[in-house]
Structure formats: C-alpha cells, structure tokens
Ligand binder design. Structure first.
Ligand code: GLV
Ligand code: MN
Ligand code: MN
Length: 421
C-alpha cells in the first residue's frame, strides 16, 4: 500500500527550533550568529528538557524518563510492541549552534504533529527520544546516554563520571530533576532513525540535499597529563628545562602532521589545553591536553594511536617529563543497517530530493542504537560546513527536506509487517 502524501509544517518546525534555541542563547562573532550553550545537566539543559517534555505531552506522547535522564515520548500504534524510534540530543557544546542534535528531536516532534493532524495511527508505535549528554564536552564519553540506554556502559559508572568542572554527573542529574524511574538498559526499538545536520562541507559543496549516512567513523579521545618542572623563565638555560608547555605544543603540532601523513579520512584535534601555573615568566610544570583522533577505518585509527603513543614516549624522554594518558572515549567505526540505509535513500528519492551516500564524521546517538536495532541517519547540509559554533546554520528548505525524509522513513518502517532483522 502506498504512503499518503504527508508533509511536515516548516513554520511549526522553525518555531520550535527558535524557541528551544532561545534557552542558553549565545551570540557568535557576528550578531546574526545565534547559537546555544546548554552543556549537559546544567540549568540551561534542564530548561530545554522541560520545554521539550511539555511539547511531548501536548502532542499526546507518553513520556518516560530513565535512570540516566534519557527521555522517550511514545505514540501508540495499531499494535503493541517495539516502537520505531527517532531522536537525537538537546545538549550542546558551550559554543554550540541551534541545530546540532536539536533538529533530530524537534523534527521527530514534527513527524508526530503531522500524523496527529492527519489522524493517522501507524501499525507500530513511534517514539521520539532525546539522550542525555551526547556531546561529552562536560562529561566524557560522548553519546553517554544512548550508550547506557543500549547497555554499553553500567549506569553506576555513568552516574559517577566527574566532569571538567569537578561535578559528579549523578548529582547534577538529580539536582535538575531528571533521574527518572524507567530502568536502563531501555526498551529495544524496532528501528532507530536520526535526522542531523551534516556538520561538514560535503553536501553543500556538491549541491546535494540529503545525506544517506552509511557509516560513522571511529572515535578515540584521550587526555594527557604532562608533568615537568616549573622554573624561572629568565635564568633556566634551555638545556636544563623540563617544560610541560613545550611538550604540549610539540604534541599539538605532531597530531596535525600525523593526520596529514596518514591522509584519507584521518582527522586529529587537540581541542583543550591547560598549563600550570600558566604564567608568563614561569616554565610550565604541568600541561593537560586532550587528543581527538578519528578514522572510518579501525586499523588505521589504531595505527594512528600507536604512532601518537610512540611520539609521546620519545618527547617525554627527550625533555625529561612524564606523560600519563587516560582514555576518555573509544568507539570503533559503525556501519548502519543496509535496510534502513535503503529506506532513507528511497524516501529521499520518492520526495524528488537529491541525495548521496556518505559517512558521518561526527559521533551520534544512532551509532549506539545500532548495537541493538536496525539504525540509520539522514543528513542535511550545513552552511559553510560549520558546526560546534554559534554560526552553525542550515537553509530552511533543507530542514524541511530532511524532516519530510524522516517522516517518510518513519511511516514506512512503522507500517512494515515483517521483522526488520
Ligand atoms: C560528538 O558529537 C562529537 O562528534 O564530537
Ligand atoms: Mn549532534
Ligand atoms: Mn555536537
């Protein structure tokens, strides 16, 4: 049976993006760059959660909050059983945009609103979820809520995570009122589909509207602590130094050359560095440095980690410092389910939208859900490929195209009689 020709209401979607984006709003370099700072489990995150939960109730969804604060709004189907789920996250990095994560959740609400307006009940239930602490910017690892949801990390370990500001995740979750009653791991969905902005330049450069995501690249996060000796900047001969700041700078330079040398999909970033005592006339005693390495190929990613570790040993010996390293996140590349990927492609095609298959450079909750159910993703272009920046933006026509693609995929998956797996 063919799908009825339903379309989402762009004005209503934009209105929700705007209203949620006003919580924790920040302005970027240009006044028209309107972004968001809603770090996980802060007061801003709580206000954003309250708003989305209110919207879920208004749409008639049955809302559950689990022990890690993951929120799932479910719409009943003609039959009981696992729901076809969509969603994403509403936490942001401190210098975030209005679309990263939020789009997938708000487009999910728009799918529900569209079906409500049309008076359509799908065969299988539908669910819209937002997962706790996807960004991992305050509490590592990233995708933590969905990782715990699928049973990939014990709840206690997640609750005991200490953030960059020294607070314990479980305490903050409790104080914002989102330590819910639903147990984790959560109910396994029938399928999971996530709409997200690309956060990179590919779709825009090629003038393509829909990214059919086949794979998410592997992620390796570590934090290095470099311990040297503080000393006088004027009197200490260069040969006598054990300079943690110099070693941090060297390693920042090294990861860049490592990525260039490996080439292909390899990316490498040192996004945070702290020097102690951080004074103009003192050789730094300590440095704490984060390293983010990613590749679509697990073996190449491992080789990059090994080469980086070898360089740490070499420079530590040469400068007379010690370097210890702590893994903050390590996820292998993930392939999405071919059936869901095909459905995303078919939906874009049937809507007359240009599309291309592509990997995801960013981490997403969908890669965690892929551990337990057939999963896939829909990407829409990011203007100038910019994300994790208040300037992050997507053309409204592309938001509409993405939400309509999501609607169609959800309807198809929720009407299929046979098992997807
Ligand atoms: C998380 O969203 C990441 O890709 O850094
Ligand atoms: Mn995201
Ligand atoms: Mn992000």
């Amino acid at each position: 049976m063919g799908q009825p020709e339903l379309h989402i209401d762009l004005a209503r979607l934009l209105d929700r993006i705007e209203t949620l984006g006003a919580i924790g709003a920040i302005v970027g370099v240009e006044p028209e760059h309107r972004g968001c700072a809603r770090l996980a489990l802060t007061e801003e995150d709580k206000l954003g959660r309250d708003l989305v939960v209110e919207w879920m109730h208004a749409l008639g969804l049955e809302v559950s909050v689990d022990h890690l604060g993951n929120v799932v709004g479910t719409r009943a189907g003609l039959t009981d059983g696992p729901a076809v789920m969509c969603g994403s996250h509403i936490d942001t990095v401190a210098s975030g945009g209005r679309f990263d994560g939020n789009l997938g959740v708000l487009a999910g609400l728009e799918v529900v609103a569209t079906l409500n307006d049309a008076g359509i009940t799908t065969q299988h239930p539908l669910a819209v979820a937002f997962f706790t602490n996807e960004e991992g910017a305050r509490f590592a690892p990233d995708m933590m809520g969905s990782l715990v949801y699928v049973g990939g990390m014990p709840l206690e370990q997640a609750l005991d995570t200490v953030g960059i500001d020294g607070s314990r995740l479980g305490d903050d979750l409790e104080s914002i009122g989102y330590m819910g009653a639903t147990p984790v791991p959560g109910a396994v969905p029938r399928a999971y589909v996530e709409l997200h902005i690309e956060q990179g330049p590919v779709l825009e450069a090629e003038g393509v509207r829909i990214g059919v995501v086949e794979q998410v690249q592997g992620i390796s996060w570590q934090e290095l602590t470099i311990s040297g000796e503080s000393n006088h900047a004027g009197t200490t001969p260069m040969s006598h130094r054990h300079d943690a700041g110099y070693v941090a700078g060297h390693l920042m330079q090294y990861v860049r050359s490592l990525a260039a040398d490996i080439g292909g999909h390899q990316v490498a970033t040192c996004g945070a560095v702290t020097l102690t005592p951080n004074l103009i006339n003192v050789v730094a005693a300590n440095a704490v440095l984060t390293v983010d390495l990613r590749n679509t190929d697990e073996q190449i990613l491992r080789d990059a980690e090994q080469r980086f570790a070898a360089e740490c040993d070499r420079i530590a010996e040469a400068e007379g410092v010690t370097i210890s390293s702590r893994v903050l996140a390590r996820f292998e590349p993930v392939d999405f389910d071919p059936l869901v990927v095909d459905e995303v492609e078919a939906a874009a095609d049937s809507l007359g939208l240009t599309h291309r298959r592509m990997p995801s450079g960013a981490g997403h909750d969908a890669q965690m859900l892929a551990r337990v159910c057939p999963s896939g993703m829909v990407f829409v272009p990011s203007i100038h490929g910019i994300s994790h920046n208040p300037a992050e933006d997507t053309d409204p026509d592309d938001l509409e195209a993405g939400a309509n693609t999501l609607l169609r995929v959800m309807m198809t998956l929720a009407s299929q009689q046979k098992d997807l797996q």
